[in-house]
Ligand binder design. Structure first.
Ligand code: ATP
Ligand code: MG
Length: 564
């Protein structure tokens, strides 16, 4: 079975996951006629592969059940947010191939309504202004095993609270002088229910509301309310919000009006990936401290980094599908991500030949000024991609590591006196090795068998090895960036007393200059993807400029880490 992008759907995923089960029950029972989901990023960094999972889940459900999916920026924290991040998030969601319903929403659009609800809770005796400092509040909250202590301000009258809250809003107090808290239960076993803070004072400019507000609502008093305003039916979030759900429901109980859609929070396990870190704060550290070239460095697990590396939206969807929806935290092997891109590019990528570490080969019996064009298959997995012509001539390049002067019988590549096939071209035999004064091999003198054109044996004799090659006078120079994992530890942020940056792999980037590529690459544009025969999948980088193509290796052909 395949989906609309012709990607195979794994067997075990054809049954409904627990979120789909809930949605189908709600549709079948008539609780909802249509579902509305949302993706709610905080614009304080670039999105990463974990967000991609959440986007694919939320938008995927919207598509599957012919409902809607909103995009909403959770922009309640004025200090950390930036329009650069907003723009990158819009780009990433669209690149993944999704369309949000209607306009883009912002939690900050709801500041008036949130304020009114806060006033209502105050009037209903369900919220109070507290003068305690953040530190005092935190100490008085107790611990999971020890109940909290009520604030001396807890029993202020509604009038007094309202007056103070209005003055908070009017800017009569400094940052941290007062907060608004929900009046719930200081001895609740759930710490989130111990009179959580609803509003704090922050004299800071907001990227959308400017200086209109100096009080800002907390996440817990914003998120569910925004869902409610937008008519979200299923508010899907990650497991760390499970303990917030009673609070989500408590606020909903006190603002809900009969007849409206009441959102339901559902939690699933966040995606964790081996050999990387995923928190935006840590990714920001890598960028700010210049361990990488930016948020979209091809080694970053960000969507923009993966895109630049050569990942396709289809590969990320396949990956998300393979990972599935779990109720318990786990760590996914980054090998599965690499598998997913190989799967997609194997079927779609144009094949070309490129030599990374060139070794000159002269075909001594090939006429001096002759050249010919040999047909080559563009993608053996997809006939419709057709063929191209590859130029052949007297001087060629092969990969340095494909030649050994002396080698054992298991070395099927070229050796002195041995014969190999040049892909799509001829059998060649190495007769002589030329070295410089230091003993380095600089050139091979070979003869070709004119009867083996197309790489076919003329007389039934067999050659084991097939090499990729490039004609020297037709080759174009390209620079290639080879990437290795950014961290050399499986779980870089999983070590007590050790900073995750201690595990940065110092060899995560190798640049090879003046690699030799088949002339087909001449017109390659930023973002074009190829399979370089025998080497892996590659993608043209945006840093390329006229006369210099820079190419990122997306992944090697096989999982070379398995053998390390
Ligand atoms: P981080 O902890 O990486 O900084 P965040 O949770 O603070 O991420 P948000 O912008 O608040 O980032 O997240 C937007 C949405 O993406 C939320 O619904 C969140 O649950 C989801 N999300 C974030 N990280 C992951 C992840 N690793 N796997 C799945 N979903 C995720
Ligand atoms: Mg967050």
């Amino acid at each position: 079975m395949t989906d609309k992008n012709n990607i195979e759907i794994p067997e075990e995923k054809k049954s409904l996951n627990f979120i789909e089960q809930i949605i189908e029950e709600d549709l079948n029972s008539g609780k909802h006629k249509e579902i509305i989901t949302r993706f709610p990023p905080e614009p304080n960094g670039y999105l990463h592969i974990g967000h991609a999972k959440s986007i694919i889940l939320n938008f995927g459900l919207g598509e599957k059940y012919k409902g809607k999916t909103n995009l909403r920026f959770d922009d309640t924290n004025p200090a950390k947010e930036d329009t650069e991040y907003v723009d990158s998030i819009l780009e990433d969601v669209q690149w993944l191939g999704f369309k949000w319903h209607g306009k883009v929403h912002y939690a900050s659009d709801y500041f008036n309504q949130l304020y009114e609800w806060a006033v209502k809770l105050i009037k209903d005796g369900l919220a109070y202004v507290d003068d305690q400092s953040g530190e005092e509040i935190s100490v008085m909250r107790g611990t999971p095993t020890k109940p909290g202590t009520e604030s001396p301000n807890r029993n202020r009258t509604a009038e007094e609270n309202l007056d103070l809250f209005i003055r908070m809003k009017n800017g009569d107090f400094k940052d941290g002088e007062k907060v608004l808290r929900a009046k719930i239960d200081m001895s609740s076993p759930n710490m989130h229910m111990r009179d959580p803070v609803m509003y704090r004072i922050k004299h800071a400019e907001h990227h959308r509301t400017g200086n209109k507000w100096c009080i800002y609502p907390m996440y817990d008093f914003t998120h569910g309310q925004s869902d409610y305003i937008e008519g979200i039916t299923h508010s899907i979030c990650t497991l760390e919000f499970e303990n917030h759900r009673p609070l989500y429901d408590w606020f909903m109980d006190h603002i809900y009006e009969e007849g409206r859609t009441r959102p339901r929070q559902i939690e699933f396990a966040r995606l964790n990936l081996s050999y990387t870190v995923m928190s935006k704060r840590k990714l920001a550290e890598l960028v700010e401290e210049k361990y990488v070239s930016g948020w979209n460095d091809p080694r970053m697990p960000t969507i923009s980094g993966l895109r630049r590396r050569g990942y396709t939206p289809e590969s990320l969807k396949l990956f998300a599908d393979k990972v599935g929806i779990a109720k318990r935290e786990n760590i996914i092997d980054v090998g599965l991500l690499e598998y997913s891109i190989r799967e997609h590019l194997n079927r779609t990528a144009q094949r070309v030949m490129t030599v990374l570490n060139p070794l000159k080969v002269t075909i001594t019996n090939y006429p001096e000024n002759e050249e010919e064009l040999l047909p080559a298959i563009n993608n053996p997995e997809d006939e419709t991609m057709g063929e191209r012509e590859v130029p052949f001539s007297k001087i060629l390049y092969i990969e340095k590591e494909d030649f050994k002067e002396v080698a054992n019988r298991k070395f099927f590549r070229l050796k002195l006196g041995g014969e190999v096939r040049l892909r799509y071209a001829y059998f060649i035999k190495c007769n002589e090795v030329i070295k410089d004064e230091t003993g380095q091999i600089t050139e091979l003198l070979c003869t070709y068998d004119p009867l083996s054109k197309g790489g076919k044996s003329p007389d039934g004799r067999k050659v084991k090895g097939t090499l990729h090659w490039v004609s020297a006078k037709h080759a174009i120079d390209v620079d290639i960036r080879l990437y290795d994992r950014l961290f050399s530890d499986e779980s870089p942020d999983g070590h007590k007393n050790k900073d995750f940056k201690e595990f940065i792999n110092p060899n995560s980037l190798t640049v090879l200059e003046n690699c030799k590529a088949e002339p087909f690459l001449k017109n390659a544009k930023s973002g074009d993807r190829f399979q370089f025969e025998r080497l892996g999948y590659f993608c043209v980088d945006k840093d390329s400029f006229e006369n210099k193509i820079i190419i990122n290796r997306t992944v090697p052909l096989r999982d070379s880490w398995k053998n390390k």
